[in-house]
Design a protein around this ligand. Structure first.
Ligand code: TRP
Length: 345
């Protein structure tokens, strides 16, 4: 059971995917397929830590899978699957519930944000969310995890869990044939750079988010050409035009965001974009940006719609991916059972 470099990441099937998911996460995931064995998950079990309407959860799971495929995640090369089809996630999460300490979870800022004021009413699942995330990663003994900045703390917790498991069960791990006592690796975060951090079109200091009440704040991957153009036209700006160098973006989050989006969509550096548009008004720049965005996103949206209109293809991808994921996770979980002292037949 070698420790090979392996990438794992996931996205929740809640709400529709937007430009921030595409530029901030998926492009990097696609890139990593070239160099690594990759496993990309639709984390439906994480989704239900907050209430999800069951029929919407089913369609959101297919929708996210369709977006994965349409964006260029290759189901032949990488493993694409939904979490609930592979039972080892829940099994390992239970063991980790018994490894992680209350004190560790109490420090998680995302729980505090999501639980809000009435913490007593939050689900136990929301509290244990980071343990399930650690299980997602470590069930495959994954070594690299591309995530946004907001998930860094959860990844640190996964590292702590891996380390405590390795320590607590050191003799059993060595007896199981891991001479160096390392059963779980320390998964490395691959943090998405600020260059691809996409902010709200209404407020350049907030991340573009599916939970923002204003639909004008984000470009959904399934928006049609007219709404893409309209949202860019209405995007918040400031009175100054486009500067000719990056220094001119300082303290101007909205301008910085639009230039960053242009650069990411065009596959150019910000400097190159500024060299091209420096000195122009926002109106002209927004026209060019709208054209580019429609150009890049319309085929993506069309493909998502084609795939979701008859889900057989998506469901087959998920079934195949789940079987392949299961084939990796099952022997890992069997070792965990031996190490912990669970009798199995
Ligand atoms: N918590 C992640 C998010 O909301 C999603 C996620 C679940 C994940 N399990 C994961 C990301 C494992 C990376 C690895 O973005």
């Amino acid at each position: 059971m070698d420790l090979t470099p392996r990438v794992f990441s996931g996205m929740q099937p809640t709400g529709s995917l937007h430009l921030g998911n595409y530029l901030g996460a998926m492009l990097q995931w696609i890139e990593m397929q070239k160099t690594h064995e990759c496993i990309y998950c639709v984390v439906d079990m994480h989704a239900i830590t907050l209430w999800q309407e069951p029929s919407e959860l089913v369609s959101a799971t297919r929708q996210v899978t369709a977006a994965y495929i349409a964006a260029g995640l290759d189901p032949k090369k990488s493993i694409l699957f939904n979490q609930s089809q592979v039972p080892e996630h829940a099994e390992l999460a239970w063991v980790f519930n018994c490894v992680a300490r209350l004190g560790w979870l109490n420090r998680m800022t995302q729980f505090k944000d999501k639980a809000g004021k009435d913490r007593e009413a939050a689900s136990v699942g929301l509290y244990a969310y980071p343990n399930l995330m650690a299980a997602d990663i470590l069930a495959y003994r994954a070594t690299h995890v591309p995530v946004g900045d907001d998930q860094k703390q959860h990844l640190e917790l996964a590292r702590d869990i891996a380390q405590k498991f390795n320590n607590d069960f050191k003799p059993q791990i060595e007896a199981a044939g891991f001479a160096d006592g390392v059963f779980f690796p320390q998964p490395e975060p691959v943090i998405t750079g600020p260059a691809t951090r996409v902010m709200s079109l209404r407020d350049g200091t907030k991340k573009m988010s599916k939970s923002d009440p204003s639909d004008l704040s984000r470009i959904n991957l399934t928006d049609d050409a007219d709404s893409i153009a309209k949202k860019i036209q209405k995007a918040k700006t400031d009175p100054d035009g486009i500067p000719s160098d990056a220094g001119g973006l300082a303290g101007r989050p909205e301008a910085e965001n639009l230039v960053g989006i242009y650069a990411a969509l065009a596959g150019k550096s910000r400097d190159a974009v500024l060299a091209e548009f420096g000195g122009s008004q926002f109106s002209g720049f927004k026209k060019a940006l709208a054209e580019l965005a429609v150009d890049r996103l319309q085929p993506l949206g069309d493909e998502i719609r084609r795939l979701t209109s008859s889900p057989t293809e998506i469901d087959a991808v998920l079934a195949d991916g789940s079987a392949r994921a299961h084939a990796i996770a099952k022997p890992v979980m069997n070792k965990v059972k031996d190490i912990v002292g669970f009798l199995r037949s």
